[in-house]
Write a protein of this length. Structure first.
Length: 95
C-alpha cells in the first residue's frame, strides 16, 4: 500500500470517472447500482461515460470498491479517481 493511503486513514469519499467500452454503459450502470458504498451515479456526456460518488468509513473499503469492484468490471475500459480530503473545523483541508 502506498504511503498516501497509510497516512490518510480518515479519507472516506471519492469520485470515480469511468470510461466504458462502446455500447456497454447501460450494463455498467446496472452493475454499479449493486455496489454498496456507491452513493450517486451519473450517466454523463463528454470525456467520461459515468461519474460515481463513493462514501465509506475507511480508506480500505474505498480501495476495495474502486480497485476490486469497479475496475474489474468487464465493461470498464479505464477510470480516473479523485479522493477527497477531510475538512477540518477551521475550513482547511487535511491530507
Amino acid at each position: 500500500m502506498s504511503e498516501m493511503f497509510q497516512i490518510q486513514k480518515e479519507v472516506s469519499r471519492a469520485y470515480v470517472m469511468i470510461n466504458c467500452h462502446d455500447g456497454s454503459e447501460e450494463t455498467a450502470l446496472e452493475f454499479l447500482h449493486s455496489i454498496s458504498g456507491i452513493k450517486q451515479i451519473e450517466h454523463t456526456i463528454g470525456i467520461h461515460d459515468i461519474l460515481v460518488e463513493i462514501k465509506t468509513d475507511t480508506i480500505e473499503k474505498l480501495r476495495d470498491i474502486i480497485e476490486f469492484q469497479i475496475r474489474k468490471m468487464p465493461m470498464v475500459r479505464s477510470t480516473t479517481t479523485l479522493i477527497c480530503g477531510q475538512s477540518s473545523e477551521d475550513g482547511e483541508y487535511e491530507w
